[in-house]
Design a protein around this ligand. Sequence first.
Ligand code: SAH
Ligand code: SF4
Ligand code: F3S
Length: 441
Amino acid sequence: MRYHLTTFGCQMNAHDSERMKGVLEDIGYRPAAERDDADLIVFNTCTIRGSADERFLGNLGEAKRVKGERPDTVVAIGGCWAQAQKDAVFEQFPFVDIAFGPGEVSRLGELVARERLDALGAFSFDGEFSGSLPARRERAHQAWVQISVGCNCVCAYCIVPTVRGRERSRPPADIVGEVERLAADGVREVTLLGQNVNSYGRDLRADGVRTSFGEILRAVSAVRGIARVRYTSPHPKDMKEDVVAAMADCPEVCRHLHLPAQSGSTRILKAMRRTYSRERYLDLVARLRDALPDLSLTTDLIVGFPGETDEDFAETLSLVDACEYDGAYTFIYSERPGTEAAERLVDDVPDAVKRERIAALVDRVQDMGRRRAQRFVGADHEVLVEGPSRTAPDRIRGRLSQNIAVNFRGTAPPGALVDVHIDGATSMTLSGTQSEVAVLA
Ligand code: SAH
Ligand code: SF4
Ligand code: F3S
């Protein structure tokens, strides 16, 4: 039996897909290159913005065609869109056999085994954590580790709390145990995942477990064989001193922080219910720069939130200058049914204005990124090798601790840490030459 899996959305979903593959391959399924060759077509969906829905629905049409030609094909939809549409999915798309929420990855095997029954739904977000499930990693030397699921924030625009549920943290011993197993399996770099990764541990206190995100960073950094630790996404409100201190104390924790700001205007931040002002965000960035001078900083920004004026938007532009971001994901506000913003606010910024604003913002972010990348040129920097370059076959691809991609001339194998002399920078990529013999330490 063969399966074909398509993944949409964030790193959480990418990691959930690794587990879906693990679960399916454990019960004897093998991957198919095309949907046309698959006995089981799976989608792991996202519903963060309208564009995510559209991308998925375009692909779903193809599954319908395959199912029309080969009625035995099983179509399964998992992830956040499935959760959001749980009351409508089978009615709207009668050719769908299985639908399951983000918390039901562990039941995928059972659902597939029962697939001959009528359409099944399995919706919840209380499922098990990753560590206990088999996972098929894409890369030998890098792994995601889920430390929490769900989100207790109430950001007015955001659908995630509705589809991923309340925040639940995984016990520290489970996390460290998984990282130890990964390290023994050759993993050098782990990325800790959570919707609000640095509020980790609050819910465990009720069970008498005293821990914090800072302690997790320290514990994971101490695992033998782990050279790099990343995490995403932190919320500015939970970026406490202990987290900054753990970053400063642990050289394994990468000098990169993705710190979503969403807007530079205090008025809009308030309407978004982000719980910090522009000034408090800037204060935090100043503290981070102080403690971690070589930090690279990236962010998420939304334009066109209800009520956003030209003045508000100008404050978002100036935030890019003030924070000197190395990069940013920029989004046009998309109204999500059921969110506070959709229920209580009017999506009143005209489309043309939204498009103008995003174009101006993208320009500003790219200018800053180009300028910031120059700081690496002319010196040696440590690179973790990922594999051959995608664009130039005689080059190797790797990444700085600052999460910036490097294409370079050299001989180091994937997983090695090497010093590379950087001799050029485009906006998002550096180029250079390996400056010493590879060490696998
Ligand atoms: N939990 C993470 C990621 C949330 S989704 C965090 O809080 O950082 C990733 C990004 O999508 C958000 O940071 C936000 O910038 C954007 N986003 C979420 N909902 C959106 C919406 N309705 N319209 C436009 N962008 C949105
Ligand atoms: Fe969404 Fe806000 Fe939670 Fe991030 S912190 S997942 S933006 S509600
Ligand atoms: Fe999308 Fe769900 Fe992630 S809505 S962004 S896949 S948490």
